[in-house]
Each structure stands twice: as structure tokens, then as C-alpha cells.
Design a protein. Sequence first.
Length: 454
Amino acid sequence: GSWGYQVSQYYSATSRYGTPQQLMKFVDTCHKNGIGVIIDFAFVHFVRDSYSLGNFDGTALYEYPPSDVSQSQWGSYNFNLSKGDVQSYLMSCAAFWLDVYHFDGIRMDAINNGIYWMGDKNRGVNDRSVDFFKKMNRNLNRDFKNVMLIAEDSSDYPNVTKPVEEGGLGFDYKWDMGWMNDTLKYMKIDPLWRRGSHNMVNWSMAYFYFERFILPLSHDEVVHGKATIVQKMFGGDYHNKFAQARVLYTYMMTHPGKKLNFMGNELGMFREWDETKELDWFLLNDFPMHKMFHDFFRDLNALTTKNPAFYEKDYEQDGFMWIDADNADENMYAYYRMTDGQKYAVVLNMSPVTRENFRMGLYDDCTLTEVFNTDSECYGGTGVVNPQPIKSEPICHNQWYHSAVFTLPPFGAVVFEVKITPKPKEETDSEEEAAPKTAKTAKTKKVTKKLPKE
């Protein structure tokens, strides 16, 4: 069956979506219910079928003339983006779908195949294609102010999400394929040996602020024998696979950046996606573990969408801080997610060992209140939770001046709300006395920074 990536008629939607009027009504109905709709668009290549654009007038009008760059690795024709009429055709088409159908964004497929000749960095940059992306994004951003422009780009080409005026390609977001590959590889490793691959999980934050990334677990990861997300988890034990999947998704949803999760992942499906069949909805009624996994997803989504600390400063460095990025021996990671007036601590245990009396360093004198635990029995876990608030102690740990002791569940993730302890009045007074000097110093170092586009 077709996934829709080898397009023939760029101004016509497949009849599987109904008539044009029905598709327009669907998009508008989604908007009335607070749901945005993003169109997936192939700007780089098109289908070779005779009724399409290939050899349109008997010559290579839209594609490259026969050569080693005329066809993609998928057997489709590559658009010749150096030609003005081809550029005009594609830009007009993009504007058509946004203007007439009211789509909220465009996800642009295989952008790396346009940036580099045949997607191969060794063959060099296709400057004409790069110029086209800049021109198109500049025009779309001008004419459709709130539309999202998303690049599926697996390359390391710089400044993909930087504004065109600042030397970038002008996309709003870019898929973080490195995060996806590293994270899934890590989750397949025997926990006994995960310590040797610890950096697969913490590496993403080393480069994260170079672009505006989306973390994707897309359709590409659950087809062609790759196995579903739950199946990818290490081992053959049913309960441990779900436990690890809950940790994986908690890490994903609390990590900086926007998220993309393919349909069916929230059901914990064991059958790969098949475009000819509907999802395995029966799992929710017939298999309790899948129903609990679905409930876990619902609550995780609620946690991360209702609390601004998890999204408001996704692309600002003061929205994230590592608490412990290097605890490879215990397969453990911990970090803060923050915004003004709100702070959470996320702790991940990637091992099957329950960590009782686990001490973790903290930046603040504070109280930790557990608000989410993937090992809760209602999610199919073993019930290792922290029901009472936990007060930090003035005990140095892991280079932090404060620390707290709690229980970390096996293959578990815990999210704590952090309430900072008010400082005694005498400390506050002494800080206020020093304030004029601090303010003066800050004033001389003030930097004006343009806020990232949301």
C-alpha cells in the first residue's frame, strides 16, 4: 500500500480523506476541538508514474535530466529545485494547502536529500536546493505567521531552524534523529551492560540548543521488521518490557523539545503498523496491561501539558539542568525541568534493581513531593512509590550542597515537584544589602536576545 510519500498530483488530496470539502470540514472541526493538523509533504521527490509530472512535456520539465542525480534511492524522480518554475510550483502548492485547507503546519519529508546531493554529504551541498528552502520558508513565514515549518532532516547541516535573516534555512523545528537512534539502541541493551553506553542517553543535551528539535518516535520505527516500541525493550519478560517502555516515554516527554509519537504507540502494540489495518483497539478491553499503559500515557500527557515547566522553556538553557548525568554504575539519570515559579525533578532508573535509601544531590534546600511514578500499580508496576513529601538535608552529595533520600523503583521513573524552602529573614536581609552591587554588575553585562519562535 501507499504511505503517500510518492506524490503525483500536488494540488489533490487522496480520496481516502473524502472530498475536498469534507477534508476542509475535518480540519476546521479539529480546530474547534483544540486540535492542530499538520500536513506531511514531499518537496524533494515525486512518483515516476506516467500520469505524474515526469517527462511532462516530453522533456525533463520538473525533474533533472537523466543522470546520477535524477532519481532518488526510493526510485522516484528528484525535483530540479534549481529551476524557477519548479520552485514557483512547489511554493504555490504549499501556500494552497495552508490557505485553502487551513493546515497548521507542514512537515517536509527527506530534507537532507535536498540539502546534499542524493542525501550524501560526501557529494557536497546542493546550493540551489538550499536557496529554495530559504526562499520558501521566508515566504511562508511572511504570509502565514503562525504556521509550523518542520524539517525531517537526518543530517548535521547547521542552522536548519535558524531564521533566514540570520543565515539559517528558516524552519521552525527539526526532527532529532540522533536522539531517536541513540535512545532506542540504549533500551535494547542488557541492563547489566548499559553502563558502557550511558552517554547514549545524556548526549542529546550536549547539542540540543544548536537547533529547535522535535523528539520523534514515528511510523518509521514500527515497520519493516524493526518491531514496535514495546517489543524493542530489552528482554522477553512481558512486565519488564512495559516497565522499560514507561521509563522511555517519561524520559521522552520530560526531555526538552516538542514531541512526535506515532499512533498505536500509546496502546503498547506488539504488532507492527500495517497501513491496510486499523490499530489493535481490542487490546484496551482484552488485556489489562495495555489498558494500564494507555492510562499511563494519558496521565503523562496531562502532567507535561498542564505544567509549563515541561514546555515553556524547551529551547532556553535555563529550562533544564542536570542533577546527575553520569551515574553509569546504577544506570540512573536525574534532571530538573524549570520555568518561572515552577520546578520539577525527574529521576530515571534504567536498571531492574530497586534503589532503597537512594540519596540524590539537590541544588536547593527544598521539599520533594512525588507527583508521578511509572511503577504505580495503576500503570502495571510493582507499587514502589514515595507517598510522603521528602525534605532535603544539608548533606553534600555529588558536589551539591543539599540532598534527599527516597526509594527509586526498578525500571522506574519518578517525577517530583520541587518546593524551595524559604530562606531565613537574616539571610534575605543580607542578600538585599548586596543587591545594588549585584544589579550594577548585571546591568553592565546585559545582553539582548531575540526570543525563539513558538
